[in-house]
Design a protein around this ligand. Structure first.
Ligand code: PRT
Ligand code: ZN
Length: 286
């Protein structure tokens, strides 16, 4: 029987959808119709284990799973002997210090001697030590944001994404301690065979990520403007230029990165490009 790479994925919660979607986009068939704890892919040598996110670093360290998809915040907090292999582009959030909206605290230094509620005592403890601040930590596992209102703490250290939880609890984000997203972690002693499967999965993940960060652009350009327009479009190697049926015009095809997108489109238009089409890319291999 062929060896399979065991992947730990959050059973339910904020990372479940993103993890399953990523595997699907990598062409790994995984159907979890019956809420099973373990499923085997029909077309790629992996099996998926569904676990609580907090347990994933330890299971990967102990080789119960070979790799895991989990938030960086959990990896840092659990501090297990695993390798962070690749960021996955979803589950983005930040671990921040927050204080009552109307209070006077401005920075971590103002937390000296105060009580801070958190589910992240390890990361917070390190941050306070780095800043030479001594405070008392109150560890709670959920609803950290209500702690100041019920008199349990003067400040909190918790995950934030939109900021609406802080807002509804009349808290103000004071400092970001860690920026986080879902990452792939791996066991430190994978066999050669499992490393080969991991590399093949990584190759696919990188192609998916790259495609998401880029767009395919098609446009028509008058030939006398081609040089200027091509200069705005570096593409993977250089833009493809094809003559149009109408004399004096060409069709230009290229790839542009999501981050430059609006800026480049505006410049292309100003340079005389017409009929600009932007198309999402499904996979991108360089
Ligand atoms: O059951 P299990 O233990 O597996 O799940 P869990 O309840 O511990 O974790 P879950 O599903 O809530 O989160 C899993 C991971 O998602 C986290 O470890 C982060 O890496 C990531 N993530 C991304 C977040 C958020 N965004 C997030 N906003 N995790 C939690 N939150 C919470 C935060 O704690 C706060 O209560 O959402 C609230 C703030 O959100 P905003 O949008 O109001 O700012
Ligand atoms: Zn959890």
């Amino acid at each position: 029987m062929q060896n399979r790479l065991k992947i730990a994925v959050q059973k339910s919660g904020r990372l479940y959808e993103g993890s399953m979607q990523l595997l699907k986009e990598c062409g790994v068939e995984v159907s979890n119709g019956n809420n099973q704890l373990r499923i085997v892919s029909g077309n790629f040598p992996v099996e998926i284990f569904f676990l609580r996110d907090d347990d994933i670093p330890e299971y990967v360290q102990d080789a119960v799973a070979d790799i895991g998809f989990v938030g960086q915040n959990v990896v840092r907090e659990k501090n297990k002997a695993v390798t962070e292999v690749e960021s996955l582009g979803f589950g983005k959030c930040r671990l921040s210090l927050a204080v009552p909206k109307n209070g006077t605290m401005q920075s971590v230094k103002d937390l000296a001697g105060k009580k801070i509620a958190t589910s992240y005592p390890v990361i917070l403890g390190q941050y306070l030590a780095e800043n030479g601040v001594t405070a008392s930590l109150h560890e709670i596992s959920g609803s950290v944001e209500i702690a100041p209102r019920i008199g349990l703490a003067d400040a909190i250290c918790d995950l934030v994404s939109s900021g609406s939880t802080l807002f509804t609890n009349e808290l103000r984000e004071m400092e970001t301690i860690l920026k986080s997203e879902a990452v792939m972690i791996s066991n430190n002693n994978l066999t050669a065979e499992k490393t080969t499967i991991l590399n093949s999965l990584l190759f696919r993940i990188r192609a998916v990520k790259k495609a998401k960060n880029n767009k395919y652009v098609l446009l028509n350009a008058p030939n006398e403007k081609l040089k200027e327009i091509c200069g705005l479009l570096p593409g993977m190697k250089s833009p493809t230029v094809l003559p149009l049926a109408e004399p004096g015009w060409s069709s230009v095809h290229s790839v542009i990165s999501e981050s430059d997108f609006w800026n480049v489109i505006e410049q292309l238009k100003n340079a005389g490009a017409q009929g600009i089409l932007i198309i999402p890319i499904e996979k991108m291999i360089l």
